[in-house]
Design a protein around this ligand. Structure first.
Ligand code: ADP
Ligand code: MG
Length: 415
């Protein structure tokens, strides 16, 4: 059997050296600075952000690095070490939503969104390098848009990057870029995680509309070295699925259900249900008011998943790793059976992890491919990743890869 691939994170020094060299080779000058923003892994609370719900991501040590210089005109040039002969160009002047094709839409869209929001940003030259796998549910897109937003904030002295509250402006530009320039729907979890997480903490993000910056995020200690288990992140590398239609469908169903239930969003319903002495019976009562089976399943996922976020935080804080693991399992089963966003690779990776002694395992990210996470005993990550890789090989799936993971820092200036 083939040995499982391990994707190690680049250090800041390595990342900075790479993007600086690429910048110099491409543009023949030195960059004004180097910035980085991480990918993220969501511990629990999936498909809840766009329902006004809760989620609990950590920032990965895997980051996207950007070397950037501002320009005095409105031209943009971007290059990525994915293909360094492909320098993409754009003009911010007269640019409209959806006006850029391909990967350049992500960084160009950030400058466009900042300008649309009235901020004084001109063009730029930038070079990127990343160790966040693409399309793996670990948010390479947010790592790219958030690193660009922080770099533009620095290069144009906008002053938002220095504070957590200020970063909301940059997060919004990153979200707008993904939604309106790249045409990839996103609910805000990824960008908030990449911009607001702190080392050794998971961030409890609350997407209830109308909250202040302070109310919307709470740092929760997530220092695994205190508790024993490790977090295994495994990218299944399931073939890319066309999931945009599916995501939009799930969102639309949730919105329709909230309306039928007379609520602004499913979070309101979840809060009512979870406040009852017997939430399970309360949930049944809610579901009886809906007459579509699929809609009932979607609503059951969202409401139970929102409840699991605080249950997980409580279990983890008490050092009750078995309950924390059980909640991972319940989350996955709900995403598989009720939200129906898993694929065989995700289900099998989760099954193997559980069979091999993981305390709990679940898919993470939007689903339809991507990654799983598992809470495993100290020293077990690599063995369990290998067992998953062996099972994938037997089944003829793509070879998965494992990422050593811990709660790392959010977007920052490197040089
Ligand atoms: P995810 O965010 O889960 O990794 P997405 O489909 O949202 O998946 O974003 C992946 C896309 O982001 C890539 O296909 C590519 O277009 C773009 N991208 C992200 N990082 C880079 C990079 N360093 N260089 C070029 N393109 C990138
Ligand atoms: Mg993405």
């Amino acid at each position: 059997m083939t040995q499982v691939d391990i994707v190690n994170a680049m250090s800041d020094a390595e990342g900075a050296a790479k993007v600086t060299a690429l910048f110099e080779r491409t543009y023949g000058t030195k960059p004004a600075g180097v910035w980085a923003a991480p990918g993220r892994v969501n511990l629990i609370g999936e498909h809840t952000d766009y329902n006004g719900g809760l989620c609990l991501p950590i920032a990965l040590p895997h980051r996207t690095y950007i070397a950037l210089s501002p320009r005095t005109d409105t031209q943009v040039r971007v290059v990525s070490d994915i293909n360094e002969n492909d320098v993409q160009t754009a003009d911010l002047n007269g640019l409209e939503a959806g006006g850029i094709d391909g990967w350049a839409a992500y960084p160009v869209g950030v400058a466009w969104a900042l300008r649309e929001a009235g901020h004084d940003v001109q063009g730029f030259d930038a070079a990127f390098s990343t160790c966040v796998p693409f399309g793996s549910g670990l948010s390479s897109s947010a790592a790219m848009t958030c690193s660009t937003a922080l770099a533009l904030d620095g290069a144009y002295d906008l002053g938002f990057g220095a504070t957590d509250a200020g970063r909301i402006t940059l997060i919004n530009a990153a979200i707008t870029s993904e939604n309106d320039m790249a045409g990839a729907s996103t609910g805000g979890l990824d960008q908030s995680a990449s911009m607001r997480c702190t080392p050794d903490h998971a961030i409890r993000l609350d997407f209830r509309p109308g909250l202040t910056a302070e109310e919307s995020a709470q740092q929760e200690a997530f220092d695994l070295s205190n508790h024993g288990p490790e977090l295994l992140v495994l990218d299944t590398r399931a073939p890319h699925q066309l999931n945009d239609g599916q995501y939009a469908q799930r969102r639309a169903t949730c919105e329709e259900a909230a309306e039928l239930l007379g609520a602004d969003n499913l979070r309101e319903v979840a809060d009512l249900v979870n406040a009852q002495a017997d939430p399970a019976t309360a949930l049944e009562g809610v579901l009886e008011r809906l007459d579509d089976d699929t809609m009932r399943k979607r609503v059951r996922h969202v409401i139970t998943e929102i409840g699991r976020v605080d249950d997980f935080i409580e279990a983890f804080a008490e050092g009750d790793m078995q309950t924390a693991g059980d909640l991972f399992n319940a989350s996955h089963d709900s995403l598989r059976d009720d939200y129906e966003v898993t694929v065989p690779e995700l289900d099998i990776a989760v099954d193997v992890a559980r069979d091999e002694g993981a305390l709990g395992a679940r898919m993470t990210g939007g689903g339809f491919g991507g990654s799983i996470i598992a809470l495993v005993n100290q020293g077990e990550s690599q063995r369990i990743a290998q067992c998953i890789a062996d099972e994938f090989e037997r089944r003829g799936f793509n070879a998965p890869r494992a990422l050593p993971a811990y709660a790392a820092q959010s977007a920052h200036r490197v040089q």
